[in-house]
Design a protein around this ligand. Structure first.
Ligand SMILES: Cc1cc2nc3c(=O)[nH]c(=O)nc-3n(C[C@H](O)[C@H](O)[C@H](O)COP(=O)(O)OP(=O)(O)OC[C@H]3O[C@@H](n4cnc5c(N)ncnc54)[C@H](O)[C@@H]3O)c2cc1C
Length: 366
């Protein structure tokens, strides 16, 4: 890069989008400053801070079609390919590397819930499918009991056979480790912690609190998630997760239980950890996980993985998903200003695609 191309970048928000943009632009040689109200880069798991830390990290272009438009799937496949590149780049430089896997995901339903499952499958029908250079599109596959047992032996039900489908190409990512590595791997970035940004305008970030001063940049990025109000009409949608330690379980793929009342998924993490989530509650309450959510999530997970009975509860976590009124993500670009928000329940699935879009629209980045 020529010296004259180096730009001063100011980023409000050090969550999922903030760290991804900071990492991307720092590696392009720009001078990047990031401002965030959190006291430091590590997750606190106290209901505050970046939703990106709380997320289970399901990368589900197909299964998320249940609650999203068709273009989500296309963006999702693009983003999965980008996460693969990013994870590979980080793996050579950080120990442990951020876990990222694309072994497909499973959708399962108890016998009587086939109707609910078929509604979801009908939504998936017609979505862009996973494809590789060597193979054609890979459609969801129905699994019989033997096929399910071969892929994930721990999945079964005491109440009769499970209906099961494999969604090829879907994946999952260790969100906490990825955010830690993006922070640690961003050369020369100035991280300003305990620094909330009150206003973001073209080329400027105005700090909140006692600081109150305005910083000037070539480009300002508003990546504050739920904290972007009133500049962005975003609201928080509460989600709750349970972290379990289940040695010997051997689960390798994310599992989604299709149920008329509960939407529950179970996601493996390194170290015999599994995450069970997530509630979706129209509330900005950041208080700890409720008894009702904990009971429902764990009972649903136990109903398809009986071996979870002896798992130990490591942590319960809650946070707010940033959602716009239409539940669609928004990329806004004008001279000197980029805002991205509304990633809602698909932030990890969409972030690299939205960031690529925004940087291309700005027209001044590689
Ligand atoms: C329980 C739960 C489960 C989820 N599971 C998944 C999943 O499996 N797959 C998936 O794809 N997505 C999932 N998500 C969604 C995903 O986490 C979000 O969409 C994503 O984190 C949004 O990214 P963001 O960068 O916009 O916001 P965040 O990650 O929330 O980051 C926003 C940052 O802005 C900072 N900030 C706030 N106010 C200010 C201010 N005034 N000034 C400066 N900085 C500020 C915050 O401290 C934070 O660091 C889940 C979310 C939750 C809550």
């Amino acid at each position: 890069m020529r010296t004259m191309d180096v730009m001063h970048i100011g980023i409000a928000g050090a969550g999922l989008l903030g760290r991804l943009v900071a990492w991307t632009l720092a590696h392009q040689g720009h001078q990047v400053s990031v401002f965030d109200p959190a006291p430091g880069p590590q997750p606190l798991h106290d209901g505050h801070g970046a939703a990106g830390f709380t997320a289970a990290g399901m990368l589900s272009p197909l299964a998320e079609r249940e609650t999203a438009d068709a273009d989500l799937a296309a963006r999702g496949w693009h983003a999965i390919a980008r996460w693969a590149e990013i994870a590979q780049a980080l793996a050579g430089r950080h120990t442990p590397p951020p876990h990222f896997a694309c072994l497909g995901s499973l959708m399962v339903a108890h016998g009587p819930d086939l109707g609910a499952a078929r509604r979801v499958l009908a939504r998936i029908d017609g979505a862009p499918l996973f494809r590789t250079q060597n193979t054609g599109p890979a459609a969801p596959q129905v699994l019989d009991a033997a096929g399910l047992a071969e892929l994930e032996p721990c999945l079964h039900s005491a109440h009769g056979p499970l209906h099961a489908w494999l969604l090829p190409g879907e994946g999952h990512i260790d969100t906490v480790r990825m955010l830690q590595c993006l922070h640690a791997d961003a050369p020369g970035v100035h991280w300003h912690w305990s620094c909330p940004v009150a206003r973001v305008a073209p080329g400027t970030l105005t700090l909140g609190g006692e600081a109150g001063n305005t910083h000037r940049f070539d480009w300002a990025f508003d990546l504050r998630g739920v904290g972007a109000r009133p500049d962005v009409p975003v609201r928080g949608v509460r989600g709750e997760m349970v972290w379990l330690h289940a040695p010997g379980l051997g689960l390798r793929r994310p599992v989604r239980l299709l149920h008329p009342r509960h939407r529950v998924y179970i996601v493996p993490r390194p170290g015999d950890v599994v995450l069970v989530g997530a509630s979706e509650i129209e509330s900005e309450d950041r208080s700890p996980v409720s008894l009702r959510s904990a009971v429902e999530l764990m009972a649903a997970a136990h109903s398809v993985i009986p071996d979870l009975a002896e798992a130990r509860i490591l942590r319960m976590d809650s946070n707010l998903r940033p959602a716009l009124p239409d539940h669609r993500p928004e990329v806004h670009v004008e001279a000197g200003l980029v805002r991205i928000n509304g990633l809602y329940r698909h932030g990890w699935l969409l972030a690299p695609s939205l960031v690529d879009d925004a940087l291309a629209q700005a027209g001044v980045f590689h």
